[in-house]
Ligand binder design. Sequence first.
Ligand code: C2G
Length: 444
Amino acid sequence: MKKVITYGTFDILHYGHLNLLKRAKELGDYLIVGITGEEYDYNRGKLNVTEPLVKRIENVKKTGLADKIIVEEYFGQKIADIQKYEVDIFAIGSDWLGKFDYLKEYCEVVYLERTKGISSTDLRIYKNSILNLGIVGNGRIASRFIPESKYVSGVNIDCVFGRNEEHIKNFSQKFELNNYYTDYTKFLSQIDAVYIATPHNTHYEYAKKAILENKHVLCEKPMVLEAKQAEELFLLAKKHNVILQEAIKTIYSPCFNKLINIAKSGVIGNIKDVSATFTKLVENKNLREFNKSMFGGSVTELSTYPLCAIIKLMGTNYDNISFSSIFDKETGVDIFTKINIEYPNAMATANIGIGVKKEGDLVISGTKGYIYVPAPWWKTEYFEIRFENLSQTQKFFIKYDGDGLRYELADFIKAINAHKNSYKFKNEESICIADIIEKFLLTL
Ligand code: C2G
């Protein structure tokens, strides 16, 4: 008897899952299905799983395809299961291509082509149906976003829009997407929501068109480069009853949220100073980051992160703002900038650089103590509360999974299902950041 094993969360069981189970079963005579337990999903950073384990087991049982159902509870269990049940073939969807090659030591490993084009309309029988999300752009960030999306339950990515047909064709093949479009209107007609990952200066137009077509929008940071554009887009989103969210991964991550809540709780007294640094050396001057006409430079590229920490902690009502920059002689973009913000009786500094390296930490200073978040603080997972008396130091850790892009996507889906923007990032905070970037651009 040939035994086959496969694993999955099988949340909101859909055609793609059924198709996988059917083909896995056909590989042998006996199919074992491992369904991920809640703690295991948490540990591997899978977000937004909506159905409890019992419900997911029940749904897989109902397919009639599984001869045995087990629960996957820990990393490494696959090796134990294969040996324990004397499995001949391990089968999994091709979105995991290569990831389970380590199991070849124990049995045959088969990657079955994932099912493309699960129509969300087929799934609307569920209260929170699967969101069909289209990708706008095929650059570096879009390429990081798709692998992260598989850790978020309730979303299906099957198409990409771009202006260069050859590039998007390659992109769709690489990420096994069903469709690619060079016509934005046609692309929008196929989806429920967009993730905009194009150069900064194109965000506004793509977001606006999507909202006008009643599509939800998750837009890479900086969402726009002018306050009035941000205001207009949020108003438009409200009018069209869709969610518009600026994609700042830090803001949606669990440890950053805990950090903000603790800092605001008064444990370090009144917050008097925030210093946040983010530098990322960009070596290749041919990239967008060094292109002045495409709004390159440290502030446009990186300031969103330190500014979001400052604004979350100190608010949007500052008295004064000033910028000091060092510019690249060749390209004219700012390679290092200090943004000094004065609040009533408090202050903050954001240091950003694409051509100068600096310790990327975050220090929140209060009247009773301070919070130290080591680099890279924007991928927040550890921080310390420190006092004059060192023995009172408190340490916190919450892991930051993968590339972190899964957090913004998970909250975007939650916001869509709840019909309201996430409390983690308010519209006025997003507008305030656009306004600061605009103020900087006006100084140039
Ligand atoms: N799948 C598919 N086509 C889709 C969606 C999913 O073929 N459109 C496959 C996946 O590749 C996987 C299975 O269906 O083989 C279950 O998918 P999920 O429930 O999303 O589970 P996953 O997170 O892929 O867990 O230990 C767990 C495993 O690593 C896989």
